[in-house]
Ligand binder design. Structure first.
Ligand code: 5GP
Length: 204
């Protein structure tokens, strides 16, 4: 399995700096984790790469296939899942789209010494934490549920039923924050970013 490759590397004469890492970032929809992740990749000096997940949800305006997600059909997703191509895969919202981390993407980047960022939901995160207990897991919290609702409304990508589903889900997701190694409240984007950089630096 791919993660045993990383363990084997550590026991051989591979410089520890060369070994890749896995950094899991979760948080409810609208908490700003996407923005934080983009800033981490463009502004920090860590050898970070974002693992591009596959999803069956349609692209939002401005999203690019292969950059934001691999947008695939449900049939294609189920075929990949049956072939064991996902490290983890879940229906993030009940009755909704499927999302999954591609094993090959993570495996290749870990071997190249990269820090692979997984921006995934709590179910997927717990699954990866179990397989890779040495991975760094960070949960991004909103200052309050009210603030989160406002952000989702301002984003304007979810409306009506989808919005209330995401909020309901947000409450459930937040209750999982205790399983993460680190928690950061995103009250102010710059401050949250600074904290995130500190957390990653201490993991270095
Ligand atoms: P969105 O539809 O807003 O892009 O993402 C919805 C949720 O799916 C977010 O919480 C995001 O972290 C999660 N997600 C994105 N990709 C994956 C993945 O590959 N696996 C899992 N388990 N969750 C994912």
């Amino acid at each position: 399995m791919w993660f045993s490759v990383a363990h084997e590397d550590s026991s051989k004469n591979v410089s520890p700096q060369k070994r890749g890492k896995v950094v899991i970032i979760s948080g409810p929809s609208g908490v700003g984790k996407g923005t934080l992740v983009k800033r981490l990749i463009s502004e920090s000096s860590f050898p970070l790469v974002l693992s591009v997940s596959a999803t069956t949800r349609p692209p939002r305006p401005g999203e690019v296939n292969g950059r934001d997600y691999w947008f695939i059909s449900r049939d294609e997703f189920l075929e990949k899942r049956a072939n064991g191509e996902f490290l983890e895969s879940f229906e993030v919202y009940e009755g909704g789209a499927l999302y999954g981390t591609l094993r090959e993407t993570v495996e290749t980047q870990i071997r190249q010494g990269k820090w692979v960022l997984l921006e995934i939901d709590v179910k997927g995160a717990l699954c990866v934490m179990k397989e890779l207990p040495e991975s760094l897991s960070v949960f991004i919290l909103p200052p309050s549920l009210e603030a989160l609702k406002e952000r989702l409304l301002n984003r304007g990508t979810e409306k009506g039923e989808d919005l209330s589903r995401r909020l309901e889900q947000a409450e459930k997701e937040i209750s999982f924050n205790k399983f993460y190694k680190e928690r950061i409240v995103n009250d102010n984007l710059d401050k949250a970013f600074e904290e995130l950089v500190k957390v990653l630096a201490s993991y270095n």
